[in-house]
Write a protein that binds this ligand. Structure first.
Ligand code: MV4
Length: 450
């Protein structure tokens, strides 16, 4: 096992990793920018190293500074959390070259899934259904037109380097195709410096359902069920839940086993999330994330498996002791991402938290690095904390969630708490009847009703 882990992140996920390390008896190193001198992850770690000025590119993304911090402290492993360097294959390789373990997948798998065309090709080869579309990069307008004749409109043009919704364009008819292709290519080039594009049949109103996996790199892999992450605004998830209201136990086992099999064939190492669109009872693979995700607590609450602890164990070379039959699903969990944003305009609202009171009681978990008097810096994402609620049934979970949202106090800044209080009272949410465009439609309606 590792002796000392450096956590190359900040905020609630840095705390989450720290907690797993403490329970394993592993020493911890926090790194921080000068904007995070007063951050909770710095206070709770055994040691801390300042790695640069506030902009992330100079601190949390600064590989030489992180290497120096490993060297100074003698850390033998790095946990990257999510975001920042978590899906940077080169970072994982550089750490290995310096005899520091990366707590995450093999670099080859990070790289493979980073190219969405390669990821899709791999998923298909491993037996997962993909959205009908081009099997390689689309080179020209003529080729796109030929594919359109095969698949029909509407079509979605995606960037190979994209993901998370960046650089996508819908084409609803032949006359729209050329300009959609040109715009997508220019945007991909500008955003990623890589303009390879691919094309898919556009699904009008699917759900976003993702499967959590764990592998030990030697052919053992399990799935931990799904999370329904359809409630998003501009590709930012707001509320996630598991199990998905759209699946029954048979469908869950079926897709889960297919995904676990694929991960066994790959010899996947670490935690991962395989993303699907789900429409009319069918699953279509779209992408895979090779990191721990923000919404991982939903899965932890319904399986009682500590995903970060398992990540650390398998990264240290331990074999996966959990077998699929050991994974038991119980009850229902919902996570709300509480952001420091205006709940109507979604404008970021950094600043000092004057009053802070978190809800408690049975089935309530709050993952946050916030505290009374803490000043949220303007440089990073606006997540203040995650409220995760568990119940024996979805109904019980929603009752507890309503109650917990009413208890939560964060004063001094704007937060998205009022939005969640409204959301959980919407009939469609109560019924679990929503898709990836539901939230945008709701927000448009809510403004009209004001
Ligand atoms: C799609 C799609 C419809 N059809 N692909 C957006 C993020 C990226 N991960 C994939 N995305 C989509 N891909 C096909 N063929 C619709 C979306 C999409 C979406 C997906 C998941 C969650 C929210 C979304 C919001 C808008 C569009």
């Amino acid at each position: 096992m590792f002796d000392k882990i450096l956590i190359a992140n900040r905020g609630e996920i840095a705390l989450r990793v720290l907690r797993a390390c403490k329970e394993l008896g592993i020493a911890t190193v926090a790194v921080h920018s000068t904007a995070d001198d007063d951050a909770m992850h710095v206070r709770l770690a055994d040691e801390s190293v300042c790695i640069g000025p506030p902009p992330a590119k100079d601190s949390y993304l600064n590989i030489p500074a992180l290497l120096a911090a490993c060297e100074i402290t003698g850390a033998d492993a790095v946990h990257p959390g999510y975001g920042f360097l978590s899906e940077n294959a080169r970072f994982a390789e550089i750490l290995a070259e310096h005899n520091v373990h990366f707590i995450g997948p093999k670099p080859e798998h990070i790289r493979l899934m980073g190219d969405k065309i390669e990821a899709k090709r791999t998923a298909k080869r491993l037996g997962l259904a993909v959205v009908p579309g081009s099997e390689a990069a689309v080179a020209s307008e003529e080729e796109a037109s030929r594919l359109a004749a095969d698949f029909g409109f509407p079509l979605l043009i995606k960037a190979a380097a994209g993901g998370g919704g960046r650089g996508m364009k819908v084409a609803r008819s032949q006359p729209e195709l050329a300009s959609a292709l040109a715009t997508a290519r220019a945007e991909a080039k500008a955003a990623f410096g890589y303009d390879a594009l691919y094309l898919e049949k556009y699904l009008e109103a699917p759900r976003h359902i993702e499967i959590q996996v764990l592998g030990d790199g030697n052919g053992r892999a399990i799935h931990l069920g799904e999370r329904d992450c359809s409630l998003q605004r501009r590709h930012q998830k707001l509320l996630e839940e598991g199990p998905s209201p759209a699946l029954n136990a048979g469908e869950r086992d079926d897709i889960g086993e297919k995904v676990a099999d694929a991960m066994r064939s790959l010899h996947y190492l670490g935690a991962g999330t395989v993303e699907f669109l789900h429409q009319d009872g069918q699953f279509y693979f779209i992408e895979m994330n090779t990191r721990i995700q923000v919404e991982h607590p939903v899965t932890e609450m319904i399986t009682d498996i500590d995903l970060v602890l398992e990540q650390i164990r398998v990264a240290a070379g331990a074999e996966l002791l959990l077998e699929q039959k050991d994974v038991r699903f119980h009850g229902h969990a919902i996570e709300c991402r509480i952001n420091a944003e205006n709940p109507v305009s979604f404008r970021p609202s950094p600043g000092r938290i004057l009053h802070y009171h978190t809800p408690g009681g049975l089935g309530i978990r709050v993952d946050s690095a916030a505290y009374q008097g803490y000043e949220i810096p303007p440089y990073y994402d606006s997540l203040v904390g995650k409220l995760i609620v568990h119940g024996k049934t979805r109904t019980e979970c929603l009752m507890r969630l309503k109650r917990a949202l009413d208890e939560f106090v964060i004063d001094g800044i704007d937060t998205t708490l009022p939005l969640f209080r409204a959301l959980v009272r919407e009939q469609d949410i109560v019924d679990g009847d929503y898709h990836i465009h539901w939230l945008q439609d709701f927000l448009a309606r809510a403004v009209l009703e004001e």
